[in-house]
Ligand binder design. Structure first.
Ligand SMILES: [Zn+2]
Length: 534
């Protein structure tokens, strides 16, 4: 009798309010890798199994969704994106597909006619490598297109911008003025006048003159950004925040019931002292992820720190943001506070310094299960990969760079390029690799990242299987935010964060992955996106 009663109890507990059936469910668990149906109640998965098994759990008011053979995977997670920058790009001129300075000028001219007189025009995403002129635009190129609006255009990597004369004037960047401590205002060697090209922090000299968006505008563009993210199947994003304002905007969105996905905040180390106050709110959607520290720059801008000079510019080995002792001191402090650390390190020298610093501080603190991450981890070698494994450092990678950095061999030479984005070697050596976009630098689309990782043509020995690629954005991503017990796989008791795909990425040709559509996104048991069919 007792047993029967227990069974009955169990049954009521397990009744569902949303049932997805007739699906191909990839649970990503070793026990029961595939199923047909998922039952959801109060934001959690109550059971996974066959259609008959699961439909039995239907409570009277439950809704059922016939997925007609579509594929269900654990909700995608983007482990590295910049919410505010992304939201802002939704208002900016997009230059990603521009293939000449001429075309760039046309786009800026058109944008100028759409904007009130004197209004700032900002644009981003250009890559001079794609230009037929094969050079960076100067302020004179921009002036030729538009001289009565201030203009700031930012390179695809985010580490270099070009301003027109009007913008330079507003920023008071002249022949002598406009110095920046950790950036470069490029000047013409003949005339001594600024060319309009601004590197690293020198970009701020101009950027800070752009009128700030007010809170209402920020709320609007953040909401837009979140909507775009769930449309791409994302159920969580790890967002590198700019400051406390980002957090309050996200909290306000949540309060208004407009935050349709989970956000893990990655907070710049500058706010280390304020971070506890910053995240002193109670909601399950927004949580602190880690503390972000920069170790170097980018390959695109020749500022990633390499052990040997750049192949296409022997005069430079890139830039280390901190001297060793300083890096160790900062990492030590953050680690002592018990936070997870996410260090931006791209060049092999930067990664080496970061790993050596981690090795030292972890030996002193003895901390286990720290989940410290290296963001990008681009230029590796066998020794660095082994060291990552040994120290338990997570590689937080953005596979779409494989496609965007098509100039990698020219920049680094074949030997180093072979070890760039060495995703397979990382996985084979037991390093946990989690996936992201670095949006807005790359598109906010996990399927594009999965496609890039599984179809790479250069150095195919580093190509991933579809299983490995999907795990980067699900299972491993959950591990990267210490949430492997609540999400990342589809199993009983876990959060009902699910992504429903138009076709099965596990069985189609890898090249078709790019064409796969997200048909539905479920966060916390709520259907937050359904693709409209034509
Ligand atoms: Zn980034």
């Amino acid at each position: 009798m007792l047993n029967r009663y227990a069974l009955f109890q169990n049954r009521t507990m397990r009744s569902a309010d949303l049932i997805l059936y007739n699906a191909k469910v990839y649970t990503l668990t070793p026990k029961k890798p595939q199923a047909q149906a998922v039952a959801i109640k109060s934001g959690k998965i109550v059971d996974v199994g066959s259609n008959t098994q699961i439909l039995k759990l239907k409570a009277s008011k439950a809704s059922t969704v016939d997925l007609k053979g579509r594929t269900v995977v654990p909700g995608f997670v983007d482990c590295h994106m910049h919410m505010r920058s992304y939201a802002k790009t939704l208002e900016q001129v997009e230059l990603r597909d521009v293939i000449s300075i001429r075309q760039l000028q046309d786009k800026l001219r058109r944008a100028a006619t759409k904007n009130p007189a004197n209004a700032w025009i900002t644009a981003r995403g250009f890559d001079e490598e794609k230009f037929s002129e094969k050079r960076l635009p100067s302020r004179f190129d921009l002036d030729k297109a538009v001289s009565d609006h201030p203009i700031l255009i930012t390179r695809v990597c985010g580490h270099l911008s070009v301003a027109n004369t009007k913008a330079l004037e507003l920023a008071n960047i002249t022949r002598t003025g406009g110095l920046s401590s950790d950036g470069v205002v490029e000047k013409d060697p003949r005339t001594g006048k600024p060319t309009g090209i601004l590197l690293e922090n020198a970009q701020d000299l101009v950027a800070r003159c752009i009128p700030k968006l007010d809170e209402k505008e920020l709320l609007r563009i953040f909401e837009k950004a979140c909507r775009k993210a769930v449309k791409k199947g994302l159920t969580t994003v790890h967002s590198i925040i700019n400051d406390a304002l980002d957090v309050s905007i996200l909290c306000e969105l949540y309060r208004q019931n407009k935050l349709k996905l989970r956000v893990r905040l990655i907070v710049p180390v500058d706010y280390l002292e304020e971070v506890d106050k910053m995240v002193a709110f109670k909601n399950d959607r927004i949580r602190l992820g880690g503390i972000k520290i920069f170790a170097d720059g980018s390959l695109g801008a020749h500022t990633a720190a390499l052990r040997n000079p750049y192949t296409d510019d022997k005069t430079t080995e890139g830039i280390l943001v901190y001297p060793n002792r300083e890096l160790e001191r900062i990492l030590f402090k953050v680690n002592e506070k018990g936070h997870q650390i996410a260090v931006h390190a791209i060049g092999d020298k930067a990664i080496e310094r970061v790993l050596d610093a981690f090795e030292k501080i972890l030996r002193i603190s003895g901390r286990k299960n720290h989940r410290h991450r290296i963001e990008h981890a681009s230029v590796l070698n066998e020794k660095l990969i082994r060291q990552m494994k040994k120290l338990g450092i997570i590689a937080s990678v953005q596979p779409h760079f494989i496609v965007s950095d098509f100039w990698i061999i020219r920049r680094l030479g074949v030997r180093r390029a072979r070890w760039t984005y060495a995703l397979k070697s990382l996985i084979r050596n037991g390093v946990v690799v989690c996936g992201g976009s670095d949006c807005p630098i790359e598109p906010i689309d996990p399927l594009l990242g999965i496609w890039a990782a599984t179809t790479r043509k250069s150095f195919p020995q580093e190509k991933l299987t579809i299983e490995e690629a999907i795990e980067m954005y699900t299972k491993n991503a959950a591990f990267a935010s210490s949430e492997e017990n609540v999400k990342g796989t589809i199993e009983r008791g876990k959060l009902a964060d699910l992504t429903i795909l138009s076709q099965d990425p596990y069985t189609i040709r890898a090249n078709c992955i790019r064409k796969t559509k997200v048909d539905m996104t479920i966060v916390d048991g709520e259907i937050v996106y359904v693709r409209r069919r034509r």
